[in-house]
Write a protein that binds this ligand. Structure first.
Ligand code: GUN
Length: 292
């Protein structure tokens, strides 16, 4: 049976490190890191994510403010609010929760965020730096995946990493992070996706498999190479009438069959998801240091 990579424990370790750093910054420089969230509309998942992020800030000693804007907010009003946070010296990180309502251009909004406050690592300038191996804000989920691998003793150096999924938020950045000639990286990376004519053959060749396709339990044990390390980024709701809430959360990987073949695997929930917030806190401290 596969070893379970404990995202909860690793995330707790990182949050503790961040908290210690926040205490130190406050004591030595009198600086309190500040993070602003902008939430447009009423998407229940987004509301829940932002609440969790705010709570994590509080626990870490980071000042946070959440700006809630109605669904029909015009784009120019949102851009004006972003400009205000960009200019606010008490705010070091700014995060606009995605997705945004259809009438607002995510591209315009991301570009409006000061790259020095872009703790999501979504700004094209920061993505560009990431691709050419310069120091920048790594997007939180990919950064969390790298930490999970390294801290669980599964250094990707020299390994064949297969990323399934090519989103701007996960697939593309994690591929670029792990490709760099840097510690915690230096992997041989293949980016596959559901458009591949023989997706299974790519999956089978992975020493480390990163599943980020958003399809519930799509990857099964039979598709995997014996001894693979599986990082499951999927968070999918599937109907389950036996539960009071009527659904359960599953990953992109069929856990039961995969855990019989893999050397190590992240559970869902309890794996990558918890790392995202921990890395957001770390990026906020990084932004604060660079701005102060
Ligand atoms: N929506 C889903 N994941 C994320 C994230 O990491 N950051 C932002 N801003 N929105 C998201």
């Amino acid at each position: 049976m596969a070893e379970i990579i404990d995202g909860k424990k690793i995330a707790e370790d990182i949050k503790r490190e961040v908290k210690q750093e926040v205490v130190r910054m406050r004591a030595t420089k009198g600086i309190v890191p500040g993070l602003a969230f902008i939430l447009v509309g009423e998407n229940p998942a987004s509301q829940s994510y932002v609440r969790s992020k705010g709570k994590a800030c509080e626990e870490a000693g980071i000042y946070s403010v959440t700006e809630r804007m109605p669904m029909d907010t015009p784009e120019y009003v949102l851009l004006a609010r972003i400009a205000e946070f960009n200019a606010d010296p008490n705010i070091h990180g700014l995060l606009v929760q995605l997705p945004l309502p259809k009438h607002i251009s995510e591209e315009e909004v991301i570009r409006a965020i000061d790259p020095r406050k872009d703790v999501d690592g979504f700004h094209p300038m920061n993505i560009g730096k990431l691709v050419i191996g310069q120091d920048t804000f790594k997007s939180c989920t990919p950064a969390g995946i790298q930490e999970l691998l390294v801290r669980s003793g599964n250094d990707p150096a020299g390994k064949h990493v297969v990323v399934v999924g090519r989103s701007n938020i996960v697939g593309k950045p994690i591929a670029n992070i792990l490709l760099q000639k840097q510690s915690g990286a230096n992997a041989v990376v293949t980016v596959a996706h559901t458009g591949a004519s023989d997706l299974t053959s790519y999956i089978k060749s992975a020493d480390i498999l990163i599943a980020a396709i958003g399809k519930p339990e799509f990857i099964t044990g039979a598709m995997l190479k014996e001894g693979v390390v599986v990082i499951d980024v999927g968070i999918n709701r599937v109907e389950d009438s036996s539960l009071p809430k009527g659904y359960r959360i599953v990953g992109d990987v069929h856990f039961e069959s995969a855990s019989k073949i893999a050397k190590a695997i992240t559970p869902v929930p309890g794996g990558v998801g918890l790392m995202t917030i921990a890395m957001l806190l770390r990026n906020t401290v990084k932004a604060t240091k660079q701005l102060s």
